[in-house]
Ligand binder design. Structure first.
Ligand code: TYD
Length: 214
């Protein structure tokens, strides 16, 4: 193993199926942490970089690529995200809040037939392990209702009910100490409170996880 660099910041990730309210909770947490005087970077995957844009083009025609090709696109997007956004922010001591990260790849591409644990291992060979993953959980029907009725959106190929059931099953099966499962079917403020309960104890700890350089 090569040189190890200490990281001064914190990496906090929101995960879950579509329609769990991740992006709203990211914003609420960002505001709360800024109020505590922390420098916060909010980010998301798929990114809006070249690979992320290519991924979004596939939203309505997933059947034109194999699961392996799809995986390669998400991995390329993540490599760029890690190198250009996440590692520099952590090195600068900032708190990084990411709306999705590599457990989404494990769950979604795992649901498409690939090996979820192998995907996690491949990601952890270059991507920093999060300090905390807030896994927002809602029944599939609730997520679907939030996408269709509340946002007025049509479900894309990643969001079909059958797919989401498989995705949720993979999320359920992944066991890591850093995963905190939160019932996100409750009102926003209650979910935010549960998020703070998990995150605030991390702030004072002067967290210095080891990361391998890319
Ligand atoms: P999403 O966060 O829903 O983006 P948007 O807000 O633009 O709709 O992510 C898009 C989809 O991509 C989502 O259904 C999950 C899927 N996805 C994967 O399949 N693998 C991954 O590694 C990531 C990050 C997302």
């Amino acid at each position: 193993m090569g040189l190890e660099s200490r990281r001064a910041g914190l990496l906090i990730v929101f995960e879950g199926i579509d329609g769990t309210g991740k992006s709203t909770q990211v914003q609420m947490l960002a505001e709360a942490l800024r109020g505590l005087g922390r420098e916060v970077v909010t980010t998301f995957e798929p990114t809006d970089g070249p690979h992320g844009r290519r991924i979004r083009e596939l939203f309505t025609r997933r059947d034109t690529v194999s699961p392996e090709e799809e995986l390669a696109l998400f991995m390329a997007d993540r490599r760029q995200h890690v190198a250009e956004v996440i590692l520099p922010a952590l090195a600068a001591g900032q708190v990084v809040l990411s709306d999705r990260y590599y457990l989404s790849t494990a769950a979604y591409q795992g649901a498409a037939g690939l090996d979820a644990e192998r995907i996690i291992a491949e990601n952890e060979s270059f991507a920093p392990v999060p300090d905390c993953v807030l896994l927002l959980e809602v029944p599939i029907a609730v997520g679907r209702h939030r996408i269709e009725a509340l946002r007025g959106e049509v479900l894309n190929d990643f969001e079909k009910e059958e797919t989401l059931c498989r995705v949720a099953a993979v999320f359920n099966a992944i066991r890591r100490d850093y995963i905190k499962r939160i019932d996100a079917s409750r009102p926003l403020a209650a979910v935010h409170r549960s998020v703070l309960d998990q995150v605030l104890p991390l702030l004072g700890a002067g967290v210095t996880n080891e990361v391998r350089p890319c």
